[in-house]
Design a protein around this ligand. Structure first.
Ligand SMILES: C[S@@+](CC[C@H](N)C(=O)[O-])C[C@H]1O[C@@H](n2cnc3c(N)ncnc32)[C@H](O)[C@@H]1O
Length: 237
């Protein structure tokens, strides 16, 4: 997470702290996702980073959430697809749709194929701001909401809410920030989101408030041994 174009963006840390805007855009002249779309080598590097992070947190996620009841899962901003692939491997009756931008969808497809589950997962190269596949019983947003400010994060959640079946569930999977103070790690993560994307880390209360703005209410949450939290939410009727 600190190599290539990301390292260069950190040189603009002071700009971000003074303005509250992402230094990445200031340094590279475009946002991270647009940049990756034009730079396949950096996109491949980013995808590998996301994939190894999903591998690291997989046991936490499987420990906190039981995916066995789901029939159709939609993974929004699926990245290199490691999470959805591993969930499919463990749940043979599950089908999935993975959504990500074109530059990343290439890597999502490759991972699903290498894990032998591409026949049960459709990959859609599109933006979750434009469309969210309707009717799934489980929507997953892992390490996505922290990339965005509150307005944009609420817009993504509203699109999920509009697409969800009434008894559908949403999983928001993030490293949740502490209520007060904050460990060095969560402060650095928060700065990374600001510098790279103009996003932010949030406390559980802040996630609750975002969910509420989009017509969801938290039904449960749990944090695994590696420190990632799975928040489950249901549409408010
Ligand atoms: C921090 S990565 C997380 C990837 C994956 N969920 C994981 O945890 O490994 C955020 C993902 O959101 C995707 N993304 C960004 N903007 C998007 C958009 N408008 N529509 C769909 N995906 C988007 C990026 O391409 C990237 O793969």
């Amino acid at each position: 997470m600190s190599g290539t174009c990301l390292y260069e963006a950190w040189g603009g840390l002071e700009f971000s702290v003074r303005t509250g805007s992402p230094a990445f855009e200031n340094v590279h002249g475009q946002g991270l996702w647009e940049y990756l779309d034009a730079q396949p080598e950096d996109a491949a590097h980013f995808a590998r980073t996301m994939g190894s992070s999903s591998g690291y947190y997989l046991s936490d996620i499987l420990e906190v959430h039981d995916f066995s009841a789901a029939r159709l899962l939609v993974d929004l901003g699926a990245g290199d697809g490691e999470l959805v692939a591993q969930v499919l491997v463990r749940n043979p009756r599950l089908r999935a749709i993975a959504v990500d931008l074109p530059a990343m969808a290439v890597h999502t497809r490759r991972t699903l194929e290498s894990r032998g589950v591409s026949d049960r997962c459709e990959v859609r190269a599109e933006s979750f701001f434009d469309a969210v596949p309707p009717g799934a019983d489980l929507y997953v947003l892992k390490a996505v909401l922290h990339n965005w400010d509150d307005e944009q994060a609420a817009a993504i959640l509203r699109n999920c809410r509009a697409a969800s079946a009434p008894d559908g569930r949403l999983l928001v999977i993030e490293r949740v920030a502490e209520d007060t103070g904050g460990t060095l790690r969560s402060v650095v993560n928060d700065l990374a989101m600001l510098v790279l994307l103009g996003g932010r880390e949030r406390t559980l209360r802040e996630y609750d408030s975002l969910l509420g703005r989009a017509g969801y209410a938290r039904t449960s949450h749990g944090t695994g041994a590696h420190g990632i939290t799975v928040i489950e939410a249901a549409p408010v009727p």
